[in-house]
Design a protein around this ligand. Structure first.
Ligand SMILES: Cc1cc2nc3c(=O)[nH]c(=O)nc-3n(C[C@H](O)[C@H](O)[C@H](O)COP(=O)(O)OP(=O)(O)OC[C@H]3O[C@@H](n4cnc5c(N)ncnc54)[C@H](O)[C@@H]3O)c2cc1C
Length: 407
């Protein structure tokens, strides 16, 4: 057993902010807090930052730039999307590509090193198990660390603990957890397969009920191959994935060098993301695109907003829900519309027959994604397929309400 090293972290002082979880949302929150000179501590239950990875590792290039880091990853030039009966559409990414398949372990560790150098303290193998509440305000967290219980006080807690949202739930915020509102995912990292270096692939059909199979290449013949299915299907993602791989000549003789599984909340962002002394960020606040299941980009941005709002609160010595609700405004302004559009698009996909999806995919054909600077990818994507949608009044009807409210 390792000794209980605390790495010089003072657990007795009061921090401005305690961040629970050192994933994308937690690291970005702490970075943003540090930039605003807040005394910040991250508590992480695992012994290492960046592991275990539960991710296809697809990330937009601009996230690196937003974080002040050099983009690193395998550049994707094209995504091929296949309908149930193998009709194909393609999204072409102009260079430098917006779409990278990264090495998440390395990325998060590099970010952790960066923020520690900015003054953030991190304590690993420290599991937050409860919230400290005083007079209706969140005032810190209770940790379990090597069989010891530790109370850490802070002015604000940022819950970035991922899907389990431990602190938000313990504080009484309404956080959904119905399995149907989650995707259940499984992934193999495979080598010695016959896949291309710069082409990602996505497959929709009954072999992935309520979701899709992805092939996100890390190099030629080396890729993350994963599946997301609706959580209501139970714990069968791994079986569905094996099934898909066994039927694909290019994949079935490859070697699995890593596997992972996890859940993703795809039922939409929670409406109340703050309470007195508490901000909830990333998967904990269900900030995952309902259509794609991608969440890293949103978790990083939420972290930036959380730090910014926490800093204003500390400056004004006001940690009330009202003060912190600025965070919800920032989030909704940046992503509210894109998430509503994605939720409708997912609804359309799930409510369409295989024949309808075949026809839609076939008609879209080839489209070009925005260049690396394009951040409103989702909305631009919808605009690109408008000519095809116009021929489908049933689909347009579903978008009607959103389009009207944003005219
Ligand atoms: C199989 C799979 C594939 C995915 N692929 C992609 C993809 O390709 N691209 C993409 O953008 N998104 C993808 N996602 C979603 C993405 O991984 C998440 O949206 C993203 O990680 C959310 O970041 P987060 O910081 O909110 O949560 P997390 O990454 O879950 O981080 C939470 C952190 O909190 C820690 N923690 C949890 N509980 C406690 C506690 N009680 N005390 C202390 N620490 C705690 C955890 O150990 C973890 O380090 C995928 C998800 C899965 C499951």
């Amino acid at each position: 057993m390792f000794p209980a090293l605390t790495n010089n972290v003072n657990l007795n002082k009061e921090y401005d902010v305690v961040v629970v979880g050192a994933g994308p949302a937690g690291l970005a929150s702490a970075k943003s807090c540090a930039e605003n000179n807040l005394k910040t501590l991250i508590v992480e239950e695992h012994p290492a930052i960046g592991t275990p990875v539960q991710c296809g590792e697809a990330l937009a290039r601009f996230v690196f730039e937003d974080l002040g880091m050099r983009p690193e990853g395998n550049e994707i030039k094209k995504i091929k999307i296949f309908s149930p009966n193998k009709k194909k559409m393609e999204i072409i990414f102009p260079e430098p590509s917006l779409f990278l398949v990264i090495e998440r372990k390395r990325f998060e560790k590099n970010l952790a090193v960066k923020i520690v150098n900015m003054g953030v303290k991190i304590i690993t193998r420290a599991k937050a198990v409860d919230v400290i509440k005083e007079n209706g305000f969140v005032k810190g967290v209770v940790l379990e660390r090597l069989e010891e219980k530790i109370r850490i006080k802070s002015k604000i807690v940022i819950d970035a603990s991922g899907p389990n949202a431990i602190i938000a739930r313990k504080s009484g915020l309404k956080i959904y957890s119905e399995t149907e509102r989650f995707d259940s995912c499984a992934q193999f990292q495979m080598s010695n397969i016959k896949t291309e270096k710069s082409t990602a692939e996505m497959y929709f059909g009954s072999f992935a009920p309520g979701g899709y199979v992805w092939i996100f290449p890390k190099d030629k013949g080396f890729a993350n191959i994963g599946i997301g299915i609706n959580g209501g299907e139970g714990n069968k993602a791994l079986d569905y994935l094996r099934n898909f791989i066994e039927k694909d000549e290019r994949l079935k003789n490859g070697s699995i060098i890593e596997m992972n599984a996890g859940i993703v909340p795809v039922g939409g962002t929670i409406s109340k993301m703050v309470s007195n002394g508490l901000i909830v960020a990333g998967d904990a606040a269900r900030m995952v695109n309902p259509l794609t299941g991608g969440g890293m980009r949103f978790a990083f941005k939420a972290g930036e907003f959380a730090g910014r709002v926490a800093s204003e609160a500390v400056k004004d010595n006001d940690f009330s829900e009202k003060k912190l609700s600025e965070y919800e405004k920032l989030w909704n302004k940046e992503f509210g519309l894109a998430f509503r559009v994605s939720a409708v698009a997912k609804d359309i996909l799930l409510g369409s027959s295989e024949k309808e999806i075949d026809s839609l995919v076939g008609d879209i054909g080839v489209i070009t994604a925005p260049s690396a600077g394009g951040k409103d990818v989702m909305l631009k994507g919808i605009k690109n397929v408008l000519p095809v949608l116009i021929k489908r009044p049933k689909i347009l009807f579903k978008f009607r309400k959103i389009l009207k409210s944003n005219m």
